[in-house]
Design a protein. Structure first.
Length: 451
């Protein structure tokens, strides 16, 4: 029996309540999955009905299962011969790591079904991928660039696609991916189901997404651009010249069991790794200039606990799904506020608590204001540890009577009310200006990550 779409009076407490095929329920039970997450509770019934969907939920809340379980259920009930060099479901991902993670999860959920899943992305031999697609697949997970490469070589046709999924849609639909998406959209049948899922969805991007959806349902577990509730957020005002020493100081704290550190550029990530190595702290970097083998080794060492510090850029970090990340450290604040939400969503996963510590210099003060405005919350300010010199601008900006900030950066410290005094208008020094439009700042951010 197939349940109707979820309403306020509908209470779904287990996956069996959705009416999913028995082999899928058996696979979920084998993994210990019993209770659906809020995004799954809202989205799965609608997707099972065949509706187009725009789904918004924080990172780590189960978006992959929300779209993949209904697709697997459809293919389990409606088995068709595979067409050569084609697929029935196409799932687009902005990064290799996320594409690989999605494919791994789908294989787990569908391991008791006769449903084939393949993943294709750049950095791997294309001829091997061409051979894998010769007989056709049921579900194809791909990055846009490699997908179009395969299409241009006539190794793949999208004429049999029944379901089109965009994961991390805010990144897929920003100006860096829109041209590829528009080309792909022309190659899939007009009669299809389209699903967009993301942790954040700015209004401008949401409007663009709806151009590709047919009368979509919108489900949102939290308002767009809200941060994970179990993350203890803190910001430290520190000069650029002290950031590296401060990072080493924090990483040597016993409370930091596994840390994900974010920089804005690839060059910056490599520079941080080299300096940490000089400080005797093993670390690895993951970004677009690394080979696929290097990226997989770094991520696997981080996941297995052999390396407790991973340095990443925003784009490369999509798909990092590691439950035991105790701390996220923003070595550099992102100039796109939604990226902050994605970053700190890498900790406090699977019901655990986590901490997010941001380093902010004078030039980044405007980014911090944008982040707090977008997330609709203040980030507690903590003082630098002994031995570090506060920036003069920070001291002069402290509101009268505010008192001295609480010592940091330990996650057990009580939150301190953020500074609310007058801020410098910045940012100077070649950084993308606060007055730039959001699309322009997104382009600036993507270009920076290729530096």
């Amino acid at each position: 029996m197939r349940l109707p779409a979820c309403t306020e009076s509908t209470i779904l407490t287990t996956f069996s309540d959705f009416g999913l095929a028995e082999p899928i329920l058996k696979a979920l039970a084998g993994e210990g999955y019993e209770t659906p997450t809020p995004i799954q509770t809202q989205a799965i019934p609608l997707v099972l009905e065949g509706r187009d969907l725009l789904g918004i939920a924080q990172t780590g809340t189960g978006k992959t299962a929300a779209f993949s379980l209904p697709i697997l259920d459809r293919f389990a009930r409606d088995q068709k011969p595979r067409q050569p060099r084609s697929c029935r479901a196409l799932i687009l991902s902005p990064t290799r790591e996320l594409a690989s993670q999605i494919a791994d999860n789908i294989r787990i959920y569908g391991r008791n079904l006769r449903v084939s899943t393949q993943v294709v992305f750049g950095g791997m031999p294309i001829n091997r991928q061409i051979r894998q697609l010769e007989r056709g697949v049921d579900i194809l997970v791909a990055t846009p660039g490699r997908l179009l490469d395969l299409i241009d070589r006539r190794a793949l046709s999208l004429s049999h696609v029944e379901a089109l999924v965009l994961d991390e849609a805010d990144q897929m639909l920003d100006l860096g991916f829109i041209h590829a998406l528009r080309r792909i959209a022309k190659l899939v049948p007009r009669e299809r189901q389209s699903l967009f899922f993301s942790a954040t969805m700015p209004k401008s991007i949401a409007g663009l997404a709806e151009e590709y959806l047919d009368n979509p349902e919108r489900v949102a577990v939290k308002p767009a651009a809200t941060t994970a509730e179990r993350v203890a957020q803190q910001v430290m005002f520190v000069s650029s010249g002290q950031k590296q020493r401060l990072l080493a100081h924090i990483l040597q704290d016993g409370a930091v069991s596994r840390a994900l550190v974010f920089t804005r550029t690839k060059h910056g990530a490599d520079k941080v790794v080299k300096q940490l190595d000089r400080d005797g702290i093993p670390a690895a970097a993951i970004h677009g200039n690394k080979s696929q083998g290097q990226r997989e080794r770094a991520l696997n060492d981080f996941r297995q606990g052999r390396c407790k510090v991973l340095i990443a850029t925003d784009i490369a970090a999509r798909g990092i799904d590691v439950d035991a990340v105790s701390h996220v450290i923003n070595f550099e604040l992102p100039n796109v506020p939604e990226s902050y939400v994605h970053r700190i969503g890498r900790t406090a996963r699977a019901g655990a608590d986590g901490a997010a510590i941001s380093f902010c210099n004078v030039e980044e003060r405007a980014y911090l204001r944008d982040i707090q405005r977008t997330t609709r919350q203040d980030i507690p300010v903590i003082a630098l540890p002994d031995g570090f010199t506060p920036e003069p601008a920070v001291q002069s900006e402290a509101p009268r009577g505010a008192g001295r900030p609480r010592k940091g950066p330990g996650p057990g410290n009580a939150p301190q009310k953020p500074m609310q005094g007058k801020r410098r208008r910045g940012p100077p020094g070649g950084q993308p200006h606060k007055g730039a439009s959001r699309p322009q700042r997104q382009r600036d951010s993507q270009r920076a990550q290729h530096m």
